[in-house]
Design a protein around this ligand. Sequence first.
Ligand SMILES: Cc1ncc(COP(=O)(O)O)c(C=O)c1O
Length: 371
Amino acid sequence: MSNLPLDRLVPAHIRLFEPYYPSMPDRELMALYGLEYLHRLHNNENALGPPPLVRTRLEQFHAGAIPVYPNGDSRELRQALAEKFGKSSEQFLVGNGSCELISSVVKAFCEEGDNIVTADRTFAVYEWTASFSGIEARLIPLNEFAFDPDAMLNAIDSRTKVVFLCNPNNPTGTYWDKATMCRFLDAIGGEVIVVADEAYGEYVDREDYPDCIEMLERYPNLIVFRTFSKMYALAALRVGYLCASEELVDIVRRAHVAYSVNTLGQLAAAAAVQDDSSFVADTRTMVANGRHMLRTLFTDMGFEHSINEGNYAMVKTPMSDTLLHRKLLCKGIMVRTMTGFRFPNWIRISIVQEPVMEEFCAAFRAAFPNP
Ligand SMILES: Cc1ncc(COP(=O)(O)O)c(C=O)c1O
């Protein structure tokens, strides 16, 4: 150990924060478990991707562009998004994944003594970002696996700056319909910033699902997050964006790192926006089939599950989630353990192509010889 005066140098909220350790690279994991293949079903990626136009544009990319910095604020991508959504390009801010944008929003609006409000069992990065920024995260219990609008409204006080909604929710897949979203935003009345994280919005094919980008004129305190990591299968390139009024984007931009989105990511994301193939429809079909398989399996085995929107499903089993994770990994399948996310002994499974889902179902069944 060094003699660095860490007690003085490191703020208490950083000392108390438990770091997140991502999983090992495939090669190391495969060597460790003696595997010839590994299906990663733990990060909700789209196994079909990327869309055809993205593949073409990436193949045309010249290595000669690599020594040159990317465009500092993803101008062409913002223009493509503006065209797609009928907004101005100044209403978009692009980040190194939407995770970076969570951080930019917290930095832009919160200072010591402020708080953010979100759910206790949702995408953990809202809570983590607030915590490691020294901001209180008020975590409101889910009600029957869904965000609880009344309890969230009750938790808001004069120091609440941002409410983070995950719609549909990762990991439960529940969503607020248009009426619930509007009632909530009306009740808040513009006093607090509301982030609607629609990371999995493109997977939802329901009439009553609110497209919050369409609601921005009515609610000037609303910020919508989307990502290219999920439906558009660009997770390796790290591109996400937010859409809000020009006034709010101008504020968040001040706390946002310019040049954080690389050239390949910008180019691929713009191609994904312009792709007019059947890619999204094909993905939705794949997910609908996978959902059906998992629902049938878990119901048949008598296990509680939460399978709703999004490209993921959750199941609770009588086995410890770490043990089940290891058993499945021995068969080349990696799932997400959920105890650390306040769902003791649940696992979350990403929904991918049928043959892989069949492999998952067989390995899962084999893990419970006498369920
Ligand atoms: C709800 C939600 N929001 C945001 C993200 C972050 O996505 P990105 O890859 O754009 O940082 C994720 C990733 O899992 C997510 O589940």
